[in-house]
Design a protein around this ligand. Structure first.
Ligand code: ADE
Ligand code: ZN
Length: 326
């Protein structure tokens, strides 16, 4: 049966990680000091104690507040490098990173500050650690479609640095259909497409993401088991689901890890991958997700190998890079 050493040694591929969600309290405090920003917490410990969430929105409120300390290009470089240091320790070999430009442009930080900092940080990590990466721009779904279209225009000069477009933030009340034109525009520009769907929202939002937005991966998607026809479609079309176990428990999508539907998803033959979502807020990175899943759900070695193969298949890496990851 899979040992802790086995889990640690597995080559890992992360496909669902928001870079703003990798901002650890220690780095948040040091960037706040560097940039002369006041945080509404007395200490790192007090901040960590606030990370007790009741749903997605209660997390997002703190996540957007935390992102205010990110001001300069160097801040984004440091954020990327801190995350990659964790990846290196956990044998993560390839990462596909979400970033939320509107979180920054809405408070006066230039789009180019964000993308240039992140790109420089991940290029440095690639050189230093051999960890390959792709960047995925996410639209904030609580904002308007016009704001998303405007963000896509701002991304145009940096098209070669951005692999894909996604959709995140408050799901309920902001169905995929709201972004049909923005995703059509992104598709016309050749971006790979993904969307968060079926995290807190219903199975119908997953259908909308597939049929209206034409995404090729679903982020979360745990609600699919409410709809057997949808599960069958996802299996037949081999649509990957980027599952985030610790996140789902911390945001109360499931009461405990033992209640998570991961095994049901695997048994249905879905192309499941495991990911950390917002590791600084949800109690850990890839390995901590693997460990918590294993402790609660006791997967077999074959299932762990399947999850690894699924992530390589589902990635947006080049065919050459995928072959090297196997
Ligand atoms: N932004 C960061 N993490 C998110 C999540 N789990 N769901 C939706 N939006 C997010
Ligand atoms: Zn997410």
């Amino acid at each position: 049966t899979p040992t802790p050493k086995f889990l640690k040694s597995l080559p890992k591929i992360e496909l669902h990680m928001h870079i703003e969600g990798s901002l650890e309290p220690e780095l948040m405090f040091s960037l706040a000091q560097r940039n002369g920003i006041d945080l509404p917490y007395d200490s790192v410990d007090a901040l960590r104690q606030a990370y007790d969430f009741s749903n997605l929105q209660s997390f997002l409120d703190l996540y957007y507040q935390g992102a205010n300390v990110l001001q300069t290009e160097q801040d984004f470089v440091d954020l990327a490098m801190a995350y990659l240091g964790r990846c290196q320790q956990q044998n993560v070999r390839h990462v596909e990173i979400f970033f939320d430009p509107q979180t920054h442009t809405e408070r006066g930080i230039a789009f180019e500050t964000v993308i240039n900092g992140l790109h420089r940080g991940f290029m440095q990590g690639k050189k230093q650690y051999g960890i390959s990466f792709e960047l995925i721009l996410c639209f904030l779904r609580h904002l308007s479609e016009d704001s998303a279209l405007n963000t896509l225009e701002q991304a145009q000069p940096f098209r070669d640095k951005i692999t894909g477009v996604g959709l995140d933030s408050s799901e309920l009340g902001h169905p995929p259909e709201k972004f049909e034109r923005a995703f059509a525009a992104a598709r016309a520009q050749g971006y790979r497409l993904v969307a968060h769907a079926g995290e807190e929202g219903p199975a119908d939002y997953i259908w909308q993401a597939l049929q209206l937005l034409q995404v090729e991966r679903i982020d979360h998607g745990v609600a699919c088991t409410e709809d057997p026809a949808l599960v069958q479609y996802l299996v037949e079309q081999r649509i990957p689901l980027t599952i985030c176990p610790n996140s789902n428990v911390r945001l109360r999508v499931f009461d405990t890890m033992a209640d998570h539907n991961l095994r049901e998803l695997l048994d249905a033959g879905l192309k499941v991958t495991l990911n950390s979502d917002d590791p600084a807020y949800f109690g850990g990175y890839m390995l901590e997700n693997y460990q918590n899943v294993q402790n609660a759900l006791s997967l077999t070695q074959a299932q762990w190998m399947q999850l690894t193969a699924n992530a390589i298949d589902a990635s947006f890496a080049s065919d050459g890079r995928k072959a090297a990851l196997y």
